[in-house]
Design a protein around this ligand. Structure first.
Ligand code: FO1
Length: 318
């Protein structure tokens, strides 16, 4: 079964890792948000792409979810002593990734080529694609004005009140080579438990994913392929990050139902955590089939179990 997974940072990376354990590598493509990318110290940083790759390669820091395991901080600490910014912590090992990516980008290479080569070097066999080779920048509209994503997220610790989002350059960005083809040949699309507003929406916009992504003439077009989403909000709270806070500030009660509503019309399957099983009926009312399972990926086994439940569920979604 060919699966395309759409992923942001930590939650997306964990589910991608689970899927990688239950699918052959040639059957899994992960398309990753690059709206969080930014330049820092003259380096091109792709936080979500790196989080996904480090997690798949077994190199991720298990405590933070982002950055490298067994990291040291000599460079950033010394740069900081000289007056350089240290609000965005770049570890020494992680810096190697940014240095080499920036060097190749400056030589004119594409982000998708570089990502492919990094995956080979890290022993990742499945396909990981940035959503686009062109830069898209997620801008957060707040009560203190518009902020670039990392400025809002890391430097301001998500404190300013969110009023909306804008994806700079999204109209000009093309899907990365291979992304459209992967979607057109997929048996199902899995929307990982990543932030719908700032991790998944940019990907959906760039790849123009509609309820029927298949080309005219494809027999599966009328039926539509299963598009199943996993809620990043469990029991009314975000598993990680500011998703629940964003929903509240946008005047929407944070819940798995709110997430399902976000994807209504696109997704036809929704994975609810056991804690939220009472929402089954209301999410069904959005024309989605439901799978209730444990979505909190606390261990590596949990990732694999969730992935396997999702694949079973996909078989039932019509
Ligand atoms: N997140 C933080 O909260 N603080 C950091 O200092 C930080 C550094 C960092 C370095 C490299 C990297 O790839 C990610 C990093 N992140 C950091 C995480 C990241 O900015 C966010 O989790 C994502 O952008 C949201 O998906």
């Amino acid at each position: 079964m060919k699966i395309v997974a759409l992923a942001g940072g930590v939650g997306g990376a964990k589910l991608a890792h689970g899927l990688a354990q239950v699918l052959p590598p040639e059957d899994l493509t992960v398309i990753v948000n690059t709206g969080d990318d930014f330049e820092h110290y003259g380096l091109y940083i792709c936080p979500d792409l790196d989080t996904v790759c480090y997690t798949l390669a077994g190199l991720a820091n298990p405590d933070t979810g982002w950055g490298r395991v067994d990291e040291t901080w000599t460079v950033i600490e010394n740069a900081s002593l000289l007056g350089g910014p240290d609000w965005f912590r770049l570890g020494d090992k992680d810096l190697g990734t940014h240095l080499e990516r920036t060097r190749r980008l400056k030589e004119g290479d594409s982000l998708s080529n570089i990502t492919r080569d990094f995956c080979i070097a890290w022993g990742i066999k499945l396909t990981v694609l940035p959503m686009s080779d062109q830069p898209v920048r997620t801008m957060v509209e707040t009560d203190e004005g518009e902020l670039a994503f990392q400025e809002y997220f890391v430097n301001r610790r998500c404190e300013p009140k969110v009023k909306g989002f804008r994806f700079d350059n999204v109209d000009k960005a093309k899907p990365a080579p291979g992304a459209k083809e992967a979607i057109q040949t997929a048996d199902a699309i899995v929307i990982c438990p990543s932030n719908p507003w700032v991790s998944i929406d940019p990907i959906l916009k760039v790849i123009s994913l509609t309820p029927n992504p298949l080309p005219p003439g494809d027999v599966r077009r009328d039926k539509g392929i299963p598009i199943v989403a996993v809620s990043p909000i469990v029991g009314g709270q975000a598993v990680k990050g500011p998703a629940a806070k964003m929903y509240s500030e946008l005047g929407i009660e944070p819940s798995a139902f709110a997430v399902a509503k976000h994807y209504a019309g696109l997704g036809n399957g929704f994975i609810l955590d056991q804690i939220d099983s009472q929402l089954t009926k209301s999410v069904r009312g959005l024309n989605m089939q439901i799978c209730v399972t444990n979505t909190l990926m606390k261990s590596h086994d949990d990732r694999k179990l969730l992935a396997s439940d999702i694949l079973d569920f996909i078989g039932e979604v019509v």
